[in-house]
Design a protein. Structure first.
Length: 107
């Protein structure tokens, strides 16, 4: 093995947002965490959201907007059919009407 390529191993203080502090071995001096074993719902048995940056709220608003914008398959079919009918109604019925529309558009 090459000499002096590995980082220095040292004790680091881990500080949680709940106030709990403990030490671990690592290469950096201090670590700040938001959830530890003293406050995590899995270990404490308490039912609470662990939401540090509004992730739950952002997800719920995203889901609500997705439900609001959703159009059913039947509504899409009806809209497509009505658009097709409108397009067919706007077309000229005869060749003479087509010639008149072409002449009026070219002027």
């Amino acid at each position: 093995m090459k000499a002096k390529i590995h980082p220095q191993w040292q004790e680091a203080a881990v500080t949680c947002a709940c106030g709990n502090a403990f030490t671990v071995g690592t290469t950096i001096l201090s670590i700040h965490v938001e959830v530890c074993s003293n406050c995590h719902p899995f270990y404490t048995g308490q039912m609470k959201y662990v939401d540090t940056k509004g992730r739950v709220d952002a997800f719920l608003t995203k889901q609500a907007s997705a439900q609001k914008d959703r159009v059913s398959k039947n509504e899409r079919r009806q809209a497509k059919k009505s658009a097709q009918i409108q397009m067919d109604l706007s077309r000229p019925d005869s060749l003479s009407e087509l010639r008149q529309t072409i002449r009026s558009n070219s002027k």
